[in-house]
Design a protein around this ligand. Structure first.
Ligand code: ZN
Length: 162
């Protein structure tokens, strides 16, 4: 079987604007789904991402992967159930919006419940960058991109002869 690499969809692709579908618990154990989880993690690391959401590779389902200390944390149907009152600004970029950065206000701390690839319910509490990444990736599941709410958006220019 041809092992086709996942390709990153970029801003303008309609899949990035859809509300992603909830993953059915029965689907999780299937070979195809397990492969998608690992392919998505590989895709994130290959592109030096700190997080990735399934719609970014054209799959409109509620699945995200976070780079947690160089390990892939796969989160299925993630949901923020608690968050700090305090929000903070921080710079973000996105694999789907190449060479673009901007400041986004996010909750400082979040509690997120999700299903892991073994089909078990889990929850994590995250703060700082990790909390930011989780919020950014969940936005992707709701058809939102960081540039929708970012301030001081800047595009990095790459010299033509580089
Ligand atoms: Zn993104």
């Amino acid at each position: 079987m041809l092992n086709k690499k996942l390709t990153i969809r970029t801003d303008g692709d309609q899949v990035l604007r859809k509300i992603a579908k909830t993953v059915l618990v029965d689907e999780i154990k299937s070979k195809d789904f397990q492969k998608l989880c690992s392919d998505l993690a590989v895709c994130m690391f290959d592109n030096n991402g700190i997080g990735i959401a399934a719609p970014q590779v054209g799959k409109s389902i509620r699945l995200i992967v976070i780079n947690a200390k160089d390990e892939a944390l796969v989160m299925i149907n993630p949901e923020i159930t608690k968050h700090s009152l305090i929000k903070e600004w921080g710079e973000e970029g996105c694999l789907s919006v190449p060479l673009t950065f901007g400041d986004v206000k996010r909750f400082k701390k979040v509690k997120c419940v999700f299903i892991n690839p073994a089909g078990k319910k889990e929850s994590i509490e995250a703060s700082g960058l990790m909390a930011r990444v989780i919020q950014h990736e969940i936005d992707h599941l709701n058809g939102e991109l960081f540039i929708d709410k970012a301030k001081k958006v800047k595009k990095i220019q790459i010299p033509a002869d580089n």
